[in-house]
Design a protein around this ligand. Structure first.
Ligand code: IVH
Length: 642
């Protein structure tokens, strides 16, 4: 299967239902290759086949309360009695099966066509929440666990941001990224996707218990150390199921993973057996599908905004359309390559999706509705803001404005420099930054430190007190230190973490300016791409001059000196942060660790010495537990660093 489907899922479901309907009425027209004749997709030849001991079934769909009631009526008629259901969230990921032998993970594969999938064991081993061993005493000789591999929304955003920075086309949604991740040939690439897992059934349930039902099976899985989604309810009637579906359709955005519906299962295993299956769909379960959060509307125009690093970002101007209760007027088109690859043209009717808290995105045109000659999009050859030349390096997805003094870039750079993650100049937010640049008071970040009261008086509605506060805050920001200064400079690929590493390893901006590319990449965590970007930044005369002005204004250019005794305790120790700490931001915690001699990295490995976990810690926490790494809470971290 291609992990990038062209037809929106909701449209596919609808068409498939129409086809099922037609084939039921006219069975003589059913062909062996009809989409109704397969459960999933045929396995690819890239991987060894993974034969399921029992077929992995698919599910019929219900699209509203009436269809759920009809399902219930059928179930009760066939069962000849009242039945209780289990309602579970339908996780939007990729179905997999795991085989444990004597409690140890032996094999794992995708669902494929339901009978045979693809063996992807090494890849699945990299998924931190998949246990490598079954926990507890009641471990059967062979245990088959089924569930969904998925990508958290937060991890998806980090992944796509990194792809955009690296000029790679971003993934359309977490499911595609997860499906592609599981089917990588190199498990290292799977690991980079930071996939997660929820188990939802036992393949060979008779090996565990011959009585009971789905609810008990989930309890067994939880006790055996498998992650089970906590939002499961036993429902005595279908009306309880309907209420559960309505609640989650409303609250789905509160979750850090995508769900596309609710799976309704008859609880009791004996009744499940009695009901059996028609074709590939069990009669004892169905999937309630949420209404799609996508719509079609007209693409009126494509406008370009210029980002901090000069990237030209194409944005869609849409005829306003309601999607899931929100009016959408704009959507991202990512980059020129995305527009071309998806054949999106101005004037087209396009499909737009809004997935949770992610920015709405244009998926593609509805070709059947294309009329006349919609306009092909071409990137301007001059920056729409400053008129300078555009650079579009071969093989890269993004075009860039070449003028570092472009007002659009300057504004974005100032906003970033003054922000909380960098120099934190209180009072210099989005509005003030815009005023400072519009009045020409600040043309590059070093101008901030040349501002005086007379300059600031020119800003409308700015009184004496505000001016005094602003000047004090600007003065205070001079002492934030090298790491914050570096992350504020907006060097490509240098965020908080990289800035901390560079600051700790080089100690002063001067030393960093003089460092060769070889010296740069000797730092742990600085790869060739980052190294090149840092080297290039300091090779520019304009950047060196700006740094000189900052230094002359009294901005601190060095890292704090470490106290020897403390440094000895944490020197060379590697930390990973996960979850939200109550009293420290991520930047503050990083700063504290680095100042005490330690290092912060992004992922947990055998080399990690400590994991600092806050609220909602996620998969890094589980991985740390699995590897037996010491886990600290906030007070533990404070004790260690003090
Ligand atoms: S049960 C016979 N439970 O939905 C029961 N499936 O067609 C088969 N899915 O791709 C599956 N969350 O991977 C079940 N809690 C859940 C699920 C779930 C997501 C997926 C499953 C399959 C599709 C069903």
């Amino acid at each position: 299967m291609l992990d990038n489907p062209r037809v929106p899922d909701a449209e596919y479901d609808q068409l498939l239902r129409e086809l099922v309907d037609l084939e039921t009425r006219y069975p003589e027209f059913v062909t062996p290759d009809s989409p109704t004749q397969r459960v999933g997709s045929a396995p690819s030849e890239k991987f060894a086949p993974y034969v399921h001991s029992r077929p992995m079934l698919s599910l019929s769909n219900a699209f509203d309360a009436e269809e759920l009631r009809a399902f219930d009526a059928r179930v009760r008629k066939l069962a000849g009695k009242e039945v209780a259901y289990v309602a579970e969230l339908k996780i939007d990921g990729l179905a997999i099966s795991l085989q444990y032998e004597n409690g140890v993970l032996a094999r794992g594969g995708t669902r494929g066509d339901g009978r045979t999938g693809e063996e992807v064991t090494p890849n699945l081993r990299t998924v931190a929440s998949i246990p490598l061993r079954v926990r507890g005493k009641r471990v059967p000789e062979v245990l088959e666990v089924r569930g969904e591999v998925y990508l958290k929304k937060s991890d998806f955003q980090v992944l796509n941001a990194a792809r955009e920075r690296a000029d790679l086309t971003p993934f359309a949604n977490p499911r595609n990224a997860a499906a592609g991740g599981v089917r990588q040939l190199d498990p290292k690439l799977t690991a980079q996707r930071k996939l997660s897992f929820f188990s939802y059934s036992i393949g060979n349930v008779d090996a565990v218990s011959s009585t009971g039902g789905q609810f008990e099976a989930l309890e067994f899985l939880r006790d055996a150390g498998f992650p089970v989604n906590p939002n499961v309810t036993k429902c005595p009637t279908i009306e309880d199921v309907i209420a559960f579906c309505a609640r989650w359709e409303e609250c789905r955005d509160e979750l850090d993973y995508e769900i596309d519906g609710v799976v309704v299962k008859v609880n009791d295993f004996a009744t499940q057996d009695r009901l059996g299956a028609v074709g590939k769909d069990p009669r004892w379960a169905t999937a309630y599908k949420f209404k799609a959060r996508e719509a079609t509307t007209k693409l009126l125009d494509i406008v370009i905004t210029v980002g901090r690093t000069g990237t030209l970002n194409p944005n869609a101007v849409l005829e306003p359309v309601q999607i899931g209760g929100v009016t959408v007027r704009n959507a991202t088109l990512h980059n020129e390559e995305y527009i071309r690859a998806n054949d999106i043209r101005v004037g087209d009717i396009v499909t737009v999706v809004r997935a949770g808290d992610v920015i709405p995105r244009v998926v593609g045109p509805v070709l059947s509705e294309r009329k006349g000659k919609p306009r092909l999009f071409t990137m301007p050859d001059r920056c729409p803001v400053c008129g300078s030349a555009i650079d579009h390096p071969e093989g890269e997805a993004m075009s860039r404005c070449t003028n570092a003094a472009c007002p659009a870039q300057v504004l974005e750079r100032i906003k970033h420099f003054a922000s909380r993650v960098a120099m934190y100049i209180e009072g210099v937010g989005d509005v003030m930054s815009a005023q400072l640049t519009e009045l020409g008071l600040v043309k590059d970040i070093s101008d901030i430190y040349a501002l005086n009261a007379r300059d600031l008086e020119r800003i409308p509605r700015t009184g004496k007190k505000t001016i005094a506060n602003l000047l004090r805050n600007i003065e205070d920001s001079k002492n934030r230190g090298m790491a914050r200064l570096l992350s504020g400079l907006g060097i490509r690929f240098v965020g908080t973490q990289t800035a901390q590493i560079l600051s700790a390893d080089f100690g002063s901006v001067e030393a960093l300016e003089d460092a060769s590319l070889e010296e740069l990449i000797q730092s742990e965590g600085i790869g060739p791409e980052v190294g090149k970007s840092v080297h290039l930044f300091f090779a520019q005369t304009a950047n060196r001059k700006m740094i000189e002005r900052l230094a002359r204004a009294g901005v601190l250019m060095t890292a704090p000196k470490r106290v020897k005794a403390i440094a000895a305790a944490l020197l060379g120790k590697t930390f990973v942060l996960t979850g939200t700490l109550e009293g420290l931001t991520r930047e503050e915690a990083t700063e504290m660790i680095v100042n005490a001699g330690g290092k912060v990295t992004g992922s947990v490995s055998k080399k990690t010495d400590y994991v600092v976990a806050g609220d909602d810690p996620g998969s890094k926490y589980t991985k740390a537990q699995q590897l037996g790494i010491q886990i600290l809470d906030e007070s533990g971290l404070r004790r260690l660093c003090s």
